[in-house]
Write a protein that binds this ligand. Structure first.
Ligand code: HEM
Ligand code: HEM
Length: 189
């Protein structure tokens, strides 16, 4: 059998369940959009409608990401199919696990910082223009700079770590020629 063939019989060759795959790629796309949107609006003049529009999309997709992360963690801890590590080496497995948990932790931190940053800015905000998000905590406006700075550095840390994580997945696929990446891909007919 070719090394790259994904079969359902072998325990290391089972695909993740559909919801896990969907939530993974939704997370990846939204994180990339959130980062890219901030890089684009920084090039635009303050106060322009496009800049403001991108910022409110950033916040709305940020809120969507918060919901996805919660669903993802609940699904993972309950019904989500648990797969054995795709990599046989214990060392590589530990590194991969550490990277995955670091990503979850950084995403939770970043979403929390995003809310705190926005509340510290003291401007009301909407979820895709549908309903206003209540100001749950009255955050001291003096903390705005601190939250902004932490939000900025956490964003870069996520992008760098997710980039390394993606490189590792591609290394598995193209160099080691195993099923690590295929297990996270939707099935093709
Ligand atoms: C993984 C998730 C996220 C990433 C990667 C991300 C990334 C960024 C980046 C790079 C900036 C620009 C920071 C700067 O240049 O100082 C920014 C700004 C901002 N983000 Fe996020 N963000 C995320 C999630 C969120 C969430 C969940 C919210 C709110 C609910 C949020 C609200 C904001 C706000 C309010 C700003 C400042 C906009 C302004 O200048 O008025 N972010 N974000
Ligand atoms: C911002 C982007 C991304 C984030 C935040 C992210 C996050 C994660 C997390 C947290 C996991 C662990 C899943 C779990 O065990 O619960 C994971 C798994 C995985 N990711 Fe990503 N990911 C991103 C982008 C990518 C990209 C671009 C690729 C492929 C090129 C990729 C390929 C994979 C694969 C193959 C797995 C499964 C690894 C295994 O079975 O051990 N990810 N990802």
């Amino acid at each position: 059998m070719p090394a790259n063939a994904l079969t359902s019989e072998h325990p290391l060759s089972r695909r993740y369940d559909k919801l896990t795959i969907l939530l993974h790629w939704a997370t990846a796309l939204i994180v990339i959009f959130l980062f890219a949107s901030s890089q684009i609006w920084e090039q635009l003049e303050r106060g322009t409608p496009l800049r403001k529009g991108l910022q409110s999309l950033h916040i709305s997709f940020g809120i969507t990401l918060a919901a996805i992360i919660i669903i993802r963690l609940i699904w993972r801890a309950t019904a989500g199919r648990k797969l054995p590590p795709a990599d046989a080496s214990t060392f590589m497995h530990i590194i991969a696990k550490l990277a995955h948990w670091a990503l979850y932790l950084l995403l939770i931190m970043q979403v929390t910082l995003g809310f705190l940053f926005r509340w510290a800015q003291g401007e009301p905000f909407m979820f895709f223009g549908l309903f206003p998000v209540p100001d749950i905590f009255s955050v001291d406006p003096l903390l705005r700079r601190t939250f902004g700075m932490l939000h900025f550095y956490t964003a870069w840390t996520i992008i760098i770590l997710a980039g390394l994580h993606a490189c590792a997945a591609l290394f598995h696929h193209y160099i080691l020629r195993d099923d690590t990446l295929k297990r996270m891909m939707p099935p093709t007919r």
